[in-house]
Write a protein that binds this ligand. Sequence first.
Ligand SMILES: [Cu+2]
Length: 182
Amino acid sequence: MTDDTTLDRRRFVQATTAAGATLLLAGCSGGGGDGGDGSDGSDGSDGSDGSDGSDGSDGSDGGDTEYLGEEPDYGGWFDGANNYEQTVDATGQDEVTVEVGAGDGLSFGPAAVAVSTGTTVVWEWTGNGGGHNVSAESGDFESETVTEEGHTFEYTFEETGTQEYVCTPHEAVGMKGAVVVQ
Ligand SMILES: [Cu+2]
């Protein structure tokens, strides 16, 4: 009894699927000709004035920011650090920019970023928070201490591992960062 019901149901499903497929096919071949009037999409030009996006400085507009699926263990490095929440996933990119003097001016932004080997990290000074530098705990890189907005310092990470760094003048107030090289 039950077997019959199952069989019937299966047949019914098959029949429905076949009918659905036929309908889909019919819809495709039938409606194909009218596709031409999609052309008025060309006056969508007012999309370009999104220029006032610059005041989204509280980070809330970071729609395309991706975080690592699993947060690395920094062994307490970020305890008391500014601007650290999660590690930004920037793996697979040739170049990544980190702000020096982000947020309140005494932070790196993002404080923690993951990159791939061969990635160049470009630190860019915002001009906020006074004189900053970028100094690796390992000693592998160290910039001069600079105040001016737009100054940059870069370092290309060739080896996997975590590189912790500080702003020497503001280390004591939590201006710390890390680059995780994967
Ligand atoms: Cu600083």
